[in-house]
Design a protein around this ligand. Structure first.
Ligand SMILES: N[C@@H](CCC[C@H](N)C(=O)O)C(=O)O
Length: 258
């Protein structure tokens, strides 16, 4: 058994255990330990675990795990990882860092992390819904009253339907509030529950709104706080210069046995 220093971060209520793994204190292939650290009863508890590691070509590498140990791109996790890298003295003002989806760029201010998301080249319309990959796969469904939506049951039904059950998908429910403002609730694959906010999810929702003629930037209310997504739409229903902006903060630190 070894004792590991950890930090806890949250980005609009999407919460992550962070470990400075530059000295390889955690084996990234030890999935049972990832699951236990994220367990809210038997571990620290989080939607995901993030390891900060050295990389020869980038300021740092972010290794992200969902709480079940699976991997994908995490927008809020990326913003929190940048804040953690700033705390560790690895970066300041701006950074290029490596993720599972390649290199990403972010700008750092005391209030927010402004993250440049991967370009989106294809979008799919499914009736009045959309399926958009913003680094992670997202199903987007528009609803009249998102507060009254049964996000767990309705999200799970789509995530495990015939089309998506093998690979999985995140499922977002979106209500338009004002001209350029929406309220989003998300069922996340890999957490297999509703989370308070999902960065790649709200990004997919903003792009879906754009396909329905909403202009950039889009302000997004989530159960965990406010985010903003800006973008440029191209002629073939793709998007570039996509930025996800919002707060990311350290909430506590400690030691845990693994
Ligand atoms: N919460 C994340 C998304 C994390 C990945 C997702 N659960 C998946 O497996 O696709 C975010 O902020 O983007």
């Amino acid at each position: 058994m070894t004792t590991v220093d950890f930090y806890k971060y949250q980005g609009t209520g999407n919460d992550f255990v962070m470990v400075d793994n530059r000295q390889q204190v955690i084996d990234p292939n030890d999935i049972p330990s990832v699951q236990r650290l994220c367990d809210r009863k038997f571990g620290i508890g989080a939607d995901g675990l993030i390891l900060i590691q050295e990389h020869p070509d980038y300021d740092f590498e972010m290794v992200y795990f969902n709480s079940d140990g699976s991997k994908s791109l995490c927008g809020n996790g990326s913003r929190c990882a940048v804040r953690f890298a700033e705390f560790l003295g690895i970066v300041s003002k701006s950074t290029h860092f490596l993720t599972i989806d390649g290199g990403l760029y972010a700008e750092i201010t005391p209030a927010v992390i402004r993250l440049k998301m991967p370009d989106v080249t294809t979008t799919e319309r499914i009736g009045e819904d959309f399926f958009i990959n913003t680094g992670s796969p997202h199903y987007v469904q528009f609803v009249d009253k998102v507060e009254a939506t049964e996000v767990f049951d309705a999200g799970r039904a789509i995530r495990y339907n015939e089309r998506f059950k093998a690979e999985g998908t995140n499922v977002n429910f979106v209500q338009q509030l004002e001209a350029q403002s929406i309220f989003v609730r998300t069922y996340e694959r890999g957490v297999e529950d509703e989370t308070l906010s999902c960065g790649t999810g709200v990004t997919a929702c903003a792009l879906a709104c754009s396909l329905n003629e909403m202009e950039s930037p889009v302000k997004i209310k989530t159960l965990g706080g406010l985010l903003e997504v800006s973008f440029e739409k191209n002629s073939s229903e793709g998007f570039q210069n996509i930025f996800l902006t919002g707060p990311a903060e350290q909430v506590f630190s400690g030691k845990i046995n693994i």
